[in-house]
Design a binder for this molecule. Sequence first.
Ligand SMILES: *Cc1c(COP(=O)(O)O)cnc(C)c1O
Length: 375
Amino acid sequence: MDFIPVNEPLLNGNEKKYLCECIDTGWISSEGPFVKEFEQKMSATVNRKYGIAVSNGTAALEVAAQALGIGEGDEVIMPAFTIISCAMAVTKLGAVPVLVDSDPHTWNMKVDEIEAKITPKTRAIMIVHIYGLPVEVDGILALAGKYGLKVIEDAAEMHGQTYKGKPCGSFGDISTFSFYPNKHITTGEGGMVVTDDEGLAERCRMLRNLCFRKDVRYVHDEVSDNYRFTNLQAAVGLAQLERLDEFVARKRAMGKYYTEQLSDIDGLILPIEKTDYADNIYWVYGMVLDRQIEADNKVVQKLLAEEGIGSRTFFWCMHEQPVYQKQGLFQGETYPDAEYLARKGFYIPSGLALTQEQMERVVAGVRKVVSRLVG
Ligand SMILES: *Cc1c(COP(=O)(O)O)cnc(C)c1O
């Protein structure tokens, strides 16, 4: 029986046609015309004035944080349960991530615990929408207003999602996207910063390209990196973007099917379908083992693999990252709900190319594995 990978992207639209255009015209670098077109179209989907495409979602976060002027000794509030890209974007600048525990139902940062973390050193709050449901954004924007803080929105998992009817990627000073193959829109590798602030947009364009001075080439006033995005990536991105609505509908149908089929299984906490402000977009279809199961997510991953089913464990918390423990960061800190998710959460195949037959096999496999663990 074929192994079902945890993610397989869907590339059967205009991807090939636009890529051939790149090759036929010779435009393969970041100077090609598709890059600007993709920046315009992607930023327009989230009602932002400017889009700056970069090499990946991690680079987008780094560029966004640096453009906002976050630096040595600043504190940036973010969830404990997220991808390390969020923390690294901050620590690379000499700033310190200040962590917040997760809501056990939405898996997003507990917004009511943020205010207690604000100090005179706090410069920004990083919103990270986790796995399919948006963070309760209004609460964060209110705090940012009250304390004069910047807001970075990591919308890497949120293409096509809205919060109270407004697009994710439109909140705060600056937002970022990733186009990694497991995101709703992919370019292989890729990312984008979007903002309405012309000055910030200009700074992001400089930071993505080694901070070349505008007046004289090969002269630089600041350290940054080469985070350029190629015309080949943009070609794929444009073809993907044409199908955004279809992809979102497909993900939601997949989520609905999985929930219908899995909800009677004992021992599993499934993702919630909606909150007051959004319907789940199921970036991935994640679930969490409940307290009657002693095994952790690594055991489930192994057992599912034996059934020919790919899966991934959830993110590992920032305060438990060896790299930060070695630096003496987050000593003695605990975030119980985030730690529970990191140990007990996993996601099953939910890529856009997944077939009905594969989903049926996944459901049967999950049922078998989890029933065995419940005993
Ligand atoms: C995928 C992801 C990123 C990083 O994107 P890359 O393109 O893999 O660098 C950042 N934040 C979140 C929440 C993500 O899911």
